[in-house]
Ligand binder design. Structure first.
Ligand code: LLP
Length: 425
């Protein structure tokens, strides 16, 4: 790696990141090898100032361009109480998909009136929980949602209907949701029936429509087309335009900035939606991805073609590689500029557990700490215990201070839900 490429790596990290004189990377003023030593590895590090500034960028830009509006964090991207706390403090709403996220959001101090409840197969229990918690908006995804809510709600409940705009963004099939045939939302004829039914409901107040066309979408055009399609379902007081803005995982990714994305959505809204309406947006990935990094320790190196650099984590703490073929970038924390092309591999019992194929690292040796950039979105969410892996700790850093916000799992945690057998008790 040349000096320019070291600068490129910094460009994928939180904006506070620097390379010290001795070559060591810092994030939020904390030396990464010190964090690895103090908190162990694998370790998730979140730059708190970067996270807060992303929240302000989305919410501030939206509110400057469209006064009756709010950004709602799609909390599935990082459902941990510390992140909910930040979103609540920054004045954002929160989207919760299911009872678990609702419980975490309440614990994190989010005002239930600012919550948006999602789910394509919500249970009666989840809907009851949302109604009794006072969740401001429940998004209707099917007619069973309406049947259940009409049974549960005694007072009045604000709802939106999720519609299928019929727009396909350029992304992985598994995370594309706006096209005909999607399992999410109501297609036109059903949406029209649902609108008619809710207009006659005495307890469910139909505020408007919701759409979400998918995730990791790297251009603005599909969003604009979807806003236009949304307008064809009729005039309402509220439009929730969903999330989906892609992020920069690799040097070759050039997503729109939050300002560009919000600007494009609002321009389309000005063109196609009623000007009195309230607008919501639901960014998840782009809110948190760049604020997060993962630290691993190199446990073994197998020289050959390719050379495998094995670390103490893998697909238990980053499923995006195996599920969607997502590429990431990485560096040794105290030798960022590097040129040995290796495969960075995880420790799990699958050949598919390759964190990054063909990555340039600088003369990696056993014991090095390796940092993978832009792991703030969905990695925490989809962590698992494959091969008995302990779920990693989460540390927030800012101004040279590091605070543990989620402790590392212990083997004792494994036994907490097990019920001892009658024979062996
Ligand atoms: N709103 C709704 C209704 C959603 O379903 C989602 C994401 C979002 C907003 C936020 O989308 P974002 O801004 O994050 O693109 N597990 C996958 C991602 C699945 C996204 C699901 N829905 C991954 O690891 O990449």
């Amino acid at each position: 790696m040349s000096a320019v490429e070291a600068k490129d790596f910094l460009g994928l990290l939180p904006t506070s990141s620097q390379i010290e004189r001795d070559g060591e990377l810092t994030v939020g003023g904390c030396r990464l090898s010190d964090l690895a030593k103090e908190f162990g590895t694998p370790l998730w590090v979140i730059d708190e100032s970067n996270l807060r500034s992303q929240a302000q960028r989305f919410n501030g830009t939206l509110q400057a361009l469209w006064p009756k509006s709010r950004a709602v964090f799609a909390s599935k991207a990082y459902p941990c109480t510390a992140v909910y706390e930040v979103m609540a403090q920054e004045g954002l709403g929160v989207d919760v998909a299911g009872g678990g996220e609702l419980a975490l959001a309440l614990k994190g101090g989010v005002d239930p009136a600012l919550m948006v409840q999602h789910g394509n197969a919500k249970t009666e229990a989840e809907l009851s929980m949302a109604v009794s918690a006072g969740v401001g908006t429940i998004v209707i995804d099917n007619f069973d949602d309406i049947d259940r809510l009409e049974r549960i709600v005694s007072d009045e409940q604000g709802v939106l209907i999720r519609v299928v705009p019929g727009v396909r963004g350029d992304t992985h099939d598994a995370i594309s949701t706006g096209q005909e045939g999607s399992k999410f939302g109501l297609h036109r004829a059903d949406a029209e029936r649902a609108i008619a039914r809710l207009n006659n409901s005495d307890r469910l107040r139909l505020d408007g429509l919701h759409m979400h066309i998918g995730s990791q979408i790297l251009e603005t055009e599909p969003f604009e087309a979807a806003v236009e399609a949304l307008a064809s379902f009729g005039e309402f007081d509220v439009y929730d335009l969903g999330g989906g803005l892609g992020v920069r995982y690799t040097y070759g990714d050039h997503p729109p900035t939050p300002e560009e994305w919000v600007g494009a959505l609002v321009s389309a809204a000005k063109k196609f939606l009623p000007h009195h309406a309230r607008l919501l947006i639901e960014p998840g990935r782009a809110m948190v991805a760049q604020s997060g990094i993962t630290l691993y320790r190199v446990t073994t190196i197998k020289h050959g073609t390719p050379t495998f650099v094995g670390v103490d984590g893998g697909m238990a703490d980053n499923l995006d590689v195996s599920l969607y073929g997502q590429r990431f970038e990485a560096a040794v924390v105290n030798r960022v500029a590097g040129h040995d092309v290796v495969d960075l591999v995880g420790r799990h019992c699958e050949s598919g557990d390759r964190l990054i194929e063909g990555i340039s690292l600088n003369a990696p040796v056993v014991g090095d700490v390796v940092v993978v950039a832009a792991t703030g979105a969905y990695t925490y969410t989809m962590q698992n215990n494959y091969n008995g892996a302990l779920k990693p700790a989460v540390v927030f850093v800012s101004d040279g201070q590091a605070h543990l916000r989620v402790r590392r799992e212990t083997y004792d945690d494994f036994f907490l839900r097990d019920v001892a057998s009658a024979v062996r008790k």
